[in-house]
Design a protein around this ligand. Sequence first.
Ligand SMILES: *Cc1c(COP(=O)(O)O)cnc(C)c1O
Length: 431
Amino acid sequence: MKYYSTNRLTPLVDFKEATIAGLAPDKGLFFPDTIPAVDRSLINGLRCVSNSEIALNVLKPYVGDTIPEGDFQRIVTDTVNFDIPLVSINHKISSLELFHGPTFAFKDLGARFMSRCMGYFAQEVSKKMTVLVATSGDTGGAVANGFYDVPGVEVVILYPSKKVSDLQEKQLTTLGKNIHALEVNGSFDDCQRMVKEAFADNQLRDKLFLTSANSINVARWIPQQLFYFFGYKQWPSEKGLPIVAVPSGNFGNLTAGILARLSGLPFFKFIVACNANKSVVEYLRTGTYTPTATIPTISNAMDVGNPSNFVRLTELYGRNYAAITHSMKGYTIDDIDTQYIMEDVQKRHGYQLDPHGAVAYCALERYLKHHPNRYGYLLETAHPVKFDESLQQSSTLSPELQHKIADLQNGKKQSVIIDPDYSQLKDFLMR
Ligand SMILES: *Cc1c(COP(=O)(O)O)cnc(C)c1O
């Protein structure tokens, strides 16, 4: 399989080239030139197939011969080595829990796959490979954990000082070894601007092999379609085709679901669940896409006014608006309803949602109200303890999770404090 750039000014590349480049040279996003069909017999027999076997079958065509069979098998098995259970909340709605990975967020799966592929390719690159990433919270932790101890790759993470949660900061700063945390006296936007300046700095790029680890990278985007295969594997067939609600920010997760659908996985509909940052919901309603400034909300990992994967959404359906709106329905949920749903679902069903999952629950519930014969599940993208520190003492946490949290809290924070000034980042990288 080859990848083209959505701006169409870059020659076709293979998986290796697309992964180590991140963004295409013409600033477009890489996109597979054909979407492979998954074997019908695999889909029909999904229940009896292990997650690593599913992953191997689904992902193999995307990687082609850029990674030899044995290495690829090892990467895939390592990527999916945690539980992804479908848990029933009530008789209409279930939750696909994507948070049982090392940093309690769904980004673990994509980050694990990408870091291992990148580690494999780093052996073939002569310069030292440096992954540079700005984070507002979840991405940094998943990337740090994914790349920890991967030979030949250094990771530099910029995060805004005092603007990430304690647990998130620990996930960024306590690993050490090849993971370097830069604590910036500024905002997330400052961090992002400095990273962009580094990518545009030729003197720096002469010395280092610089690459990014955000969700535009195909190696992070493509494996996320596995969630939907694992969801379908556990879905009770007597409930008919599922309605799947996806809490969305940059739209990597949702567009990966569409990839699964176009590969042959059955769905009834996608529910696009957004907070007040609703540019895609408005697009679905009106046909006009207007990026907006970011609005802060309590589901902050979804605070994105101009989602980077929007172009992939339209690309997947050949830029056909009617086809896009046929397969999904969008909802925007405000903070008041999100908060209410978290409390109400806990009270009535004894299930603790996190704010991102609550947005999806609320959107799904609204859809099901008008479609009483349908059933659905939401993607629960993070564990609630990540966003509510009072839950860390909760006696309902599994001993395994209590142990993981205690380990993090006891870890020693190691960060280098810098000002929001590019020259300080450059000095660090050139050291
Ligand atoms: C990143 C993130 C999202 C949004 O996912 P996208 O793929 O960017 O749409 C939702 N929930 C949580 C907890 C996240 O960390």
